[in-house]
Design a protein around this ligand. Sequence first.
Ligand SMILES: Nc1nc2c(ncn2[C@@H]2O[C@H](COP(=O)(O)OP(=O)(O)OP(=O)(O)O)[C@@H](O)[C@H]2O)c(=O)[nH]1
Length: 313
Amino acid sequence: MVESKEFLKLILDTISEHIVVINELGDIIFVNRSWQTFGDENNCDCDIQWQKQNYLAICKSAAIQGDDFGIKALAGLNKVINNQEPEFYLEYPCHSDIEKRWFMMRAVPLEYNAQRFVVISHLNITERKLAEQQVQELAHIDGLTQIANRRHFDDFYEQEWSRCMRLKLPISLAMIDLDNFKLLNDNFGHVVGDTCLKEVAKILPDYARRPGDLCARYGGEEFILVLGNTHCLQAQMLLTRFMAELTALKLPELAGHPLTVSIGLATLVPNVADNAMQLIEMADNALYQAKDTGRNKLVVADHYPQTNKEECP
Ligand SMILES: Nc1nc2c(ncn2[C@@H]2O[C@H](COP(=O)(O)OP(=O)(O)OP(=O)(O)O)[C@@H](O)[C@H]2O)c(=O)[nH]1
């Protein structure tokens, strides 16, 4: 019985992986039931006769349309067919209109009757990918305030700086530091201190809404706001509104004392002679000035030597 072709085909039909076998030319010579069912359920022509299709031609058509995974699949399969690689793996997204999905494609050669074939299997790896994404997202979020952490900020800022340099756009950066936070912790306790940090983090994202914006907890009681394609005056207006909203909060935990911040703001149109740290330094120096001259204020950065600082009256 085990030698019966029908019996072996039935076994292949029980496997949840989608399996397709192609010859050296890419012609499909076998698909299992999972493959057929997936095709039927995913807008493929239900009457499609897979055995008349060419797998390489399908990959090529995706590659021509600029699909990066089509390009990789085509290159990898050709290597397996031409005996340049013993096997080929590719993880790729295959999202439907209603759900996110990822698959892993594995291609291995098979010799039969002096002919070369390639067995290609597609395994659904969505669960693993979603778990990985979740871990990735968690690694970028500050546990206390649930906004971006320093690490996320560093990545984002580098990209936004490069984008603004390429497009010759202004980029504004604000360092925001809670005033007298040590005193606040000492007077009201650390739990209230934490509540204040969370309140700031609740409000701040409203001032960082565009794709080129990000607010993050930079450390301790310090927040940072990057505003891509934003002039100094626009940033000043935004931050002034933020300070007013924060002061108006009147948290019951603070027994009527307003929660205030000092802010250092700097703006540059980056050019190749600048580096991204300069803008942070400028904002930091401005923040120190704000602290030194009474707190609860916004100071715009002084000119940094040899930078293309945007003038802000
Ligand atoms: N509750 C709480 N406190 C924190 C956290 N991170 C840092 N702090 C406290 O924030 C305080 C910061 O103190 P300082 O750097 O002296 O600053 P400050 O008292 O705000 O003074 P100025 O910045 O000059 O207005 C320290 O007492 C830290 O312990 C946190 O996650 N939760």
